[in-house]
Design a protein around this ligand. Structure first.
Ligand SMILES: [Zn+2]
Length: 247
């Protein structure tokens, strides 16, 4: 393959731009905000699970409380009815009176037990309400942190996008003028050689693989016509000769 020295140097410019674009793509992938947002999303999901659990417990408690209150009402009205009968003086049979008094006493005990249970439920509910309040405050805090991370990520992405657009414009000003076969070879090598298809020969060293050329290889490169596209014997990349090649 042939390409005049100036064209080969322009290929190095394209390589520099492509390496910049690769670094920008890596920066975009590895923005610390991505991991930060993932972490905050996981925290929000866990907080939401907590809140659902606490809310379910509160709903269950509410139902139990309603049931207990209904029962207390029944016991109260039954006791009121009994007391009314007792106070009416209509019951004169001693045995019947005794039974009625016993029932009133038993209802009072029952009411006490139910009211204790009710109190316990209300205390538990209070604790759960407090817990729900803490969870909601945590959610607000994490939401705010996430919004900050998203804004920071978006700003970084916008900056990267601008850089990418600038590098692409630079590339567009050079690459289309290069010979198609040279660019095709370069692209193929770039794909198979960690993004570097063309490298400078600097002080007898290939800047692609960083190995020094052997004396024989160096003599061959020096002897090749200036418009020959030479390749590194080690890494097979396009090796571009410059004034600092040490030939
Ligand atoms: Zn090499």
């Amino acid at each position: 393959m042939k390409a005049d020295p100036a064209t080969q140097l322009r290929l190095l410019d394209v390589q520099a731009i492509d390496s910049s674009l690769d670094r920008l793509a890596a920066r975009r992938r590895n923005l610390p905000e991505h991991a930060e947002i993932d972490k905050l999303d996981a925290q929000l999901a866990a907080l939401n699970d907590d809140l659902v659990r606490v809310s379910t417990q509160l709903r269950d408690l509410g139902r139990s409380q309603q049931k207990l209150e209904t029962e207390v009402d029944l016991v109260r009205s039954r006791a009121a009815r009994d007391r009314e009968r007792l106070d009416s003086g209509r019951i004169t049979n001693a045995r019947e009176l005794e039974n009625l008094q016993a029932e009133i006493a038993s209802l009072a005990r029952r009411q006490g037990v139910l009211e204790d249970e009710l109190l316990e439920l209300m205390e538990t509910a209070e604790g759960l309400e407090a817990r729900a309040g803490v969870i909601r405050a945590d959610q607000e805090r994490v939401d705010a942190e996430r919004a900050t991370s998203v804004a920071s990520r978006d700003a970084a992405l916008a900056e990267i996008d601008n850089e990418v657009a600038a590098r692409r414009a630079e590339r567009e000003a050079i690459a289309p003028a290069l010979p198609a076969d040279l660019v095709a070879l370069y692209e193929r090598l770039r794909a198979s050689s960690a993004g570097v298809g063309a490298a400078r020969l600097v002080r007898r060293r290939c800047e692609g693989c960083h190995l020094e050329l052997s004396g024989g290889d160096l003599r061959e490169v020096a002897a090749a016509p200036v418009d020959a596209v030479v390749r590194c014997e080690e890494c097979r990349r396009i090796l571009v000769r410059t004034a600092e090649s040490g030939l």
